[in-house]
Design a binder for this molecule. Structure first.
Ligand code: NAP
Length: 287
């Protein structure tokens, strides 16, 4: 069973690499952006012809949320055309695509589904270029493919790449006091937990015949919810760092891209369909 992973040097790509040896029945092909440029259909087709993957995990994306506001063309090229190219290669090669999307497809104004958060069926309404291009990428895949999983996630952190947790740990070395917004509510996602979830989906596909009806959109994050302020406080608590953290409103920390004020994702569907148990967001901070 061959699984090709795009964007392999990114945060999630490295998280998948870190657990790959726990899946000896899978031949992983990890491709960095220089080995497989998803914005090039020729590059995609060459990789698919060479490796003949049964599954493709697309972790490649334009993820610079604020920069995307002015770098619209590049964001669209990677997040929309890139997703489209991969979907076309998947279709031609009968490959199942697992594509990662984001809570930023939602506006965060009203979660129609109540206290558990946004459901997969709730109407997206992105607030910025990043969210808009990620949504268009989802739509491009759905227009081309039947055999896809789109997994929306949020607030991904790990020991790999650039992320909020690593920024907080760095700031703790540089400052005695920091300010963090407390009016954006979501759920942190440990990248290794997400990687394990993706491989569980693939294993289910391998082991269980006739799972065509399972394709579609799923949410995955850790359980629970918090503000960025609460996330920072918990990181410092678990790492036993004494830093004074001040809660501030988003208005005191303006950013080029508007973020959803509320983007908790309801995981009922993925937990039921794939029998996944998800840890609370505090549990794996030091994993
Ligand atoms: N991080 C989060 O908080 C978060 C939240 C929700 C959803 N997501 C989604 O989760 C997925 C993984 O995110 P991440 O945190 O792992 O992002 P990341 O660390 O920024 O990694 C993205 C990777 O994509 C690669 N890439 C960019 N353009 C490419 C291209 N044209 N062809 C091939 N690869 C290309 C980058 O390679 P180079 O560095 O070589 O350009 C990088 O390795 C993305 O789909 C993202 O939208 C992330």
């Amino acid at each position: 069973m061959v699984v090709i992973v795009t964007g392999a040097n990114g945060q999630l790509g490295q998280a998948i690499q870190s657990i790959a040896d726990q899946y000896p029945s899978i031949d992983f092909v990890f491709c960095s952006s220089s080995e497989l440029d998803i914005t090039s259909s020729v590059s995609c087709e060459a990789a698919f012809t060479k490796y003949k993957p049964d599954f493709c995990i697309n972790t490649a994306a334009y993820t610079a949320v604020d920069k995307a506001e002015t770098d619209v063309e590049k964001a669209r090229l990677v997040n929309v055309i890139g997703a489209k190219n991969l979907a076309e290669s998947c279709k031609q090669n009968n490959t199942v695509l697992l594509h990662i999307s984001t809570d930023f497809v939602f506006d965060g104004i009203v979660a129609t589904s109540g206290s558990k958060g946004y459901r997969e069926t709730d109407a997206p309404n992105p607030q910025g270029v990043y969210g808009q291009t990620k949504l268009e990428g989802e739509q491009a895949i759905q227009a081309i493919l039947e055999k896809y999983f789109i997994i929306r996630t949020s607030w991904v952190y790990s020991q790999f790449g650039a992320n909020f947790m690593k920024t907080m740990l760095r700031l703790a070395q540089e400052k005695d006091s920091i300010s963090v917004v407390n009016d954006q509510i979501g759920t942190p996602t440990n990248a290794v937990d997400l990687a394990e979830c993706l491989l569980k989906i693939i294993n289910t596909q391998i082991l269980t015949p006739n799972t065509q009806h399972l394709f579609g959109i799923y949410n995955f994050s850790n359980e629970g919810q918090c503000s960025w302020y609460e996330f920072a406080v918990e990181i410092f608590k678990q790492y036993q760092l004494s830093v004074n953290v001040n809660p501030i409103p988003s208005s005191a920390y303006p950013t080029p891209a508007k973020r959803p004020a509320y983007s908790v994702l309801d995981k009922s569907k993925i937990k039921t369909v794939f029998e996944i148990t998800i840890s609370n967001w505090q549990k794996h901070i030091k994993k």
